[in-house]
Design a protein around this ligand. Sequence first.
Ligand SMILES: [Zn+2]
Length: 257
Amino acid sequence: MPFTQHNGLRYFQFNALQARHAIFTRHGGISPEPWNSLNVGGTVGDEIERVRQNRLLSFEALECKPDSIFDVWQVHSADAVCARAPRRFDEPYRKADIILTDRPEVTLFMRFADCVPLLFHDPRKGIIGVAHAGWMGTVKDVATRTVNVLQAEYGSDPADVIACIGPSIGPDHYEVGEDVIRQVRQTFGKDSDMLLEPHDGRIHFNLWKANQRQLERAGIGRIELAGICTACHTDDWYSHRAEKGRTGRFGALIALQ
Ligand SMILES: [Zn+2]
């Protein structure tokens, strides 16, 4: 069962991922419209105290200690941080879009609304990771960069690694313009033909397939795709595109058991 209900919260989990994890829907929080209700984004106009409360509710649902959190300031980069301890409450955010850890006392947490959440687990080495791949992250090859850091910092064999592609904007809803098309062609070369799909005379970018392609090329052993479009299902998910920017951010959490 990919969806679980707990105290009004509803979250998605991957079948392939043994590590404790969740991609939270928007249900079960305390924020009013347009952030209703489990908004964990601190930069979208919602009150910080509500955002904090929503984050606490999310951690509680997964039985993770709130002060085990390690999160970052997501900036659409391909920069990685290896978390050696939870982020202290007075510690400034690092700018990054990939977080990895081998520490059971650390819970990794990121925020999304259409961009692709990538979750990683190397059960052999005991490593987890989360990455943020919108179109910018995808053309910067966040997926491959994550695998490279897993290898370099933790000695992972990509064949042992499970990677999961979470709910995010699907190819049906993701029309893109000339600038994006040009950068996709630059990054993917001949593969870009299968990633840039014609829809009614417009071009749509298939972020799911793009990230899957990068993970496959990096030698990842098992890949699971949620295949859920955030813009199709704004009842469950925040969608920056479908809600024209007036929306919240949903959380993605992963921790070692
Ligand atoms: Zn859609």
